[in-house]
Design a protein around this ligand. Structure first.
Ligand code: HEM
Length: 405
């Protein structure tokens, strides 16, 4: 078999007269055909892998979005004092609200046996009860929907073997944490059903903290799938990544301290800024005995610490941005850091506005939602700095090199 040189690039060229020809043995041609097919399969596998990673990553982002809605719904439930209206916990069977007048009467009678009705809402009508019931019902229903929206695709991905073992364990772990969060929510609600019609601030912070851990984990895994993860190659970037991670931890801490403010209704006191009762550092701060108990149980200290941590967050983010001027980094990392810098100003201002307005519902809800945006930007910045190269480079790394022509 003779072919003009350069026509298909296969085989060894040999010269016959003036015409360059390729001599191909049948065995060599078969080997090359198999090699080519393998390359094509590898190419398809790489693009299919990329497609699956994208689908799973986007699904996880959707889950993150649903969690943000859940946290905001939780905040609204608390701010409208609706959280203690459902006095039973039926995670499997409680999908439906009361559907008949009789069922509503029964739910209302059950509520009347608890301190919130007796001490705060005595004389409330059935219509008023229904108003507070709906928000808590929607909050719980949304939690169930998240569970289903997480579990069903997860089972599909596992059954179709789209997910390898390490990722599978991570996702199953997140799902279990979600179940634990439901339990923690009920544990928190129960604390408001004895004596004092207010949930324990410790349990509220635990519930908020768990929501943030789950949200952070989902976001991190999603970014790993959508952006790819690899250690930063340059020492300046490694240092920057460590600093941004510390900032993310500070944002988390400030958010948890906000949970204590919310849990103790401490936003209804000292409604001035920056002074508290005329002082920068109020005299009653750390007045409990032992002193450290004030950090969790004293309205003055809890609000003071939230101001201190919020100011520290603001200052540290601004310093971080300043220290990163001149550090060469990919645009994919610079973007979230710039957004983080802008957002910390928004968040701080919303906090002050919430305080000055005596916790007006729209501002308080915005302040809470905006805290999640800040946390998201901090995690995104940390992740983007921990990433080497861009997506195309990483994808190129998993596609086998073509055999030389
Ligand atoms: C980086 C800055 C800040 C972050 C990340 C942050 C975060 C939070 C979070 C997560 C909550 C809890 C919301 C809830 O569980 O419902 C909260 C509550 C609160 N924060 Fe901030 N905050 C910041 C700055 C401020 C500032 C500067 C002030 C005022 C001086 C402030 C005042 C409040 C008040 C009054 C509440 C209670 C609102 C309520 O009862 O719903 N925050 N904050």
């Amino acid at each position: 078999m003779q072919l003009p040189a350069g026509q298909d690039g296969l085989g060894n060229p040999s010269q016959r007269g003036n015409t360059a020809v390729f001599t191909i043995s049948p065995a060599g041609s078969r080997r090359r055909r198999i090699g080519k097919r393998r390359e094509q399969v590898a190419d398809t596998t790489a693009s299919e892998k990329k497609r699956r990673q994208r689908i799973i990553g986007l699904w996880l982002l959707l889950m993150g979005g649903m969690l943000v809605v859940m946290v905001v719904l939780g905040g609204l439930t608390r701010l409208t004092n609706s959280g203690l209206s459902m006095v039973e916990w039926r995670p499997m069977t409680g999908w439906l609200p009361p559907l008949t007048h009789l069922a509503w009467e029964q739910a209302f009678t059950a509520y009347q046996a608890f301190p919130e009705y007796q001490k705060v809402n005595a004389g409330m009508t059935l219509t008023q009860f229904q108003e507070i019931y709906w928000l808590e019902y929607i909050h719980r229903l949304w939690g169930r929907l998240i569970g289903v929206a997480f579990a069903v695709p997860l089972i599909f991905f596992l059954a179709r073997r789209w997910i390898d073992r390490p990722l599978g364990w991570k996702l199953v772990g997140i799902f279990l944490l979600g179940g634990l969060q439901g339990l923690l929510g009920w544990y928190m609600v129960k604390s408001g059903m004895v004596d004092r019609p207010d949930v324990s601030q410790y349990r509220l912070v635990a519930h908020l903290g768990m929501a943030l851990i789950i949200y952070g984990a989902i976001l991190w895994v999603a970014m790993g799938l959508l952006m790819g993860a690899a250690p930063a190659a340059k020492p300046a970037l490694v240092r920057a990544a460590a600093r941004v991670k510390a900032v993310a931890a500070l944002v988390l801490l400030t958010m948890l301290s906000g949970g204590f403010v919310a849990g103790l209704d401490a936003g209804y006191a000292y409604n001035t800024f920056p002074l508290m009762d005329g002082d920068l550092i109020p005299t009653q701060v750390f007045a409990s005995s032992p002193w450290w108990l004030s950090l969790f149980e004293d309205v003055t200290t809890v609000q003071f610490m939230h101001r201190v941590l919020a100011t520290a967050t603001l200052v540290v983010v601004l310093i971080l941005r300043w220290t990163l001027v001149g550090v060469p980094m990919p645009a994919s990392a610079r973007r979230p850091i710039n957004l983080l810098t802008a957002w910390v100003l928004v968040q701080f201002s919303l906090g002050v506005a919430t305080l000055l307005s005596l916790v007006a519902l729209p501002l308080a809800a915005l302040h809470q939602a905006s805290a999640l945006v800040l946390f998201t930007l901090a995690l995104w910045s940390a992740f983007a700095l921990s990433v080497r190269g861009n997506r195309d480079e990483r994808v190129a790394a998993v596609v086998p090199k073509k055999a030389p022509a």
